[in-house]
Design a protein around this ligand. Sequence first.
Ligand SMILES: [Zn+2]
Length: 190
Amino acid sequence: MDDNKCCICGANYGRYGNNAEPVASGRCCNDCNAEVIIPARISMMFGAENSTYESVMVMIENLSDDDYKDFCYEMDIDSEDMEELSSFVMRNYDSNRVMGFLNDRGFGAEDDTILAQMYEIEDMENPSELDLKNYRNLEIKYDELTRMDAEDMQPLFDDLKKQATKFTGMTILFTGIAAIGGYLIGRNRA
Ligand SMILES: [Zn+2]
């Protein structure tokens, strides 16, 4: 089983492992997948540089009425006052709070569903051929959803990878990812 070494932490990843792109090329264990790869992909999708006044306004426009009211309540703005909303977004389109909210309310929901299905198959003791085929398809779909801007982000991931090999505690790596990706900015996919 020596071939089945996680390309991030070096642990044995078992039978299948996970695609470690774009942090590393190769397969990684479930822990690294959950704690490194997925946050990195999410950060990539919702990177601050993708956030603009316009993209945030579109996201807000696409919120349901209830979510919009929640948004205004949480951000302490008057939901009827479009000028206030506009100037608030102008000042805050790259804030973690705004992006965290928008991200929670539906943006990224599609990949969450795919991941949930993938986890289900990963947890199976004896997945059938069909399950494995489904898994592969889900993985391809997930990769497609999350591959945006991978090239732009490559230097960052190379850096993080160096850190990951330097420290055994993954926490430090996560702090790095969180700092860069903490913006969790919605990219408008509508
Ligand atoms: Zn690992």
